[in-house]
Ligand binder design. Structure first.
Ligand code: NAD
Ligand code: SER
Length: 313
């Protein structure tokens, strides 16, 4: 039986990735782990371990105990939080990755998923339909850590034959778990205001276009990439993934079709500068040709499902 360890499983992605993995491979095959002593409700239907990824010995003990063969490493500080604590962000985002890469280099585990981000791009990158291979001069500590991580992943793949796979996620939109401190979080927050019948005060300007994606598409992409034959995964740094590009004004207008009384104001803060340095849309043709990626959600469909579910339970 394949044994998979998900590190940082209580977060926005982990909560839904655990559901996706357990439904495909069985509850007992998927070990959730995070910093908390006890699992959150959504993770209770299978094994859970308390794990701080900075503790290499604890990681090795859990891998040995469960005979883990694959790791999804999700623990990281996201863009906005990382700017407030750059030293720690660099330490967490890099050391955690090395702990996992070295387990594969030593032959203890067989496969790794590690997420990168659109934050690897910067103000000198072509912003429209950003190509897979292009100028990369990120200006945030988060983006610098993700770009360095991509280079190390490719290095371990080429030098040590490590099977590491990665996606540059756009901003992810979901309703089961709140986002963890990113610049794209507004596109989730806005639905909470809409469903509480409150006006939304947006921290980005009306015309800031960013690449985004509904979580179900991101989870499907992640599992497809991990299940693809190794020879199809030709890029070992990280794959561009596109999804839906929109501005705060465009998502507001789509929500307003369902909530006509909804209002928005704009008060850009420090996150505006981060958003301005990122692409507005992504060319993900390599993910399509190499391992068959396709998106299922457009803006209209995503807004409908978010309005139906945010605060519904
Ligand atoms: P999140 O902040 O919601 O979750 C991260 C989880 O990691 C949290 O549950 C946290 O408790 C845990 N964690 C933090 N420090 C830890 C440690 N030392 N040891 C173990 N666990 C620890 O983040 P997310 O949105 O789920 O993102 C997961 C990954 O995907 C990150 O690498 C992030 O950079 C990347 N990513 C996310 C997005 C997005 O829009 N959500 C976009 C691009 C990339
Ligand atoms: N959603 C993430 C962030 O805003 C992108 O990596 O930090």
């Amino acid at each position: 039986m394949k044994k998979v360890l998900v590190i940082g499983a209580s977060g926005q992605i982990g909560t839904e990735l655990i559901v996706g993995l357990r439904s495909r491979f069985g509850n007992e095959s998927i070990i959730a782990s995070d910093l908390q002593d006890q699992p959150k409700e959504a993770l209770k239907n299978g094994p859970y371990e308390k794990l701080d990824i900075m503790d290499d010995q604890a990681l090795r003990a859990i891998v040995k105990k469960h005979e883990v063969s694959e790791i999804y490493l999700l623990a990281a500080l996201l863009s906005a939080t990382a700017e407030k604590n750059p030293d720690f962000a660099w330490k967490l985002n890099m050391e955690g990755l090395f702990h996992v890469l070295n387990l594969a280099k030593e032959g203890i585990i067989k496969k790794i998923f590690w997420p990168s981000s659109i934050a690897v791009f910067g103000p000198t990158t072509p912003s429209d339909q950003t190509p897979q291979f292009t100028i990369m001069e990120p200006t945030t500590v988060y983006g610098i850590s993700k770009l360095a991580g991509e280079r190390w992943c490719e290095y371990y793949a080429k030098q040590f034959n490590v099977d590491v796979r990665s996606i540059r996620y756009p901003g992810l939109i979901s309703y089961t778990s709140l986002p963890g401190g990113g610049t794209t979080d507004y596109a989730v927050d806005i639905f909470y205001s809409a469903n509480r019948n409150e006006a939304y005060n947006c921290f980005l300007s009306a015309d800031t276009a960013l690449p985004m994606m509904y979580m179900e598409d991101a989870i499907n992409a992640t599992i497809s990439l991990m299940e693809a034959p190794a020879e199809s995964v030709k890029i070992r740094s990280s794959y561009n993934l596109g999804g839906i590009s929109f501005t705060p004004a465009e998502i507001f207008n789509e929500i307003k079709k369902h909530r006509p009384a909804f209002e928005i104001t704009y008060a850009p803060d420090f996150r505006q500068k981060i958003a301005d340095s990122w692409p507005s849309s992504i060319d993900d043709s390599r993910a399509k040709t190499d391992w068959g990626w396709t998106a299922s959600y457009d803006l209209e469909k995503m807004v409908k499902i978010m309005l139906d579910n945010v605060l519904a339970n």
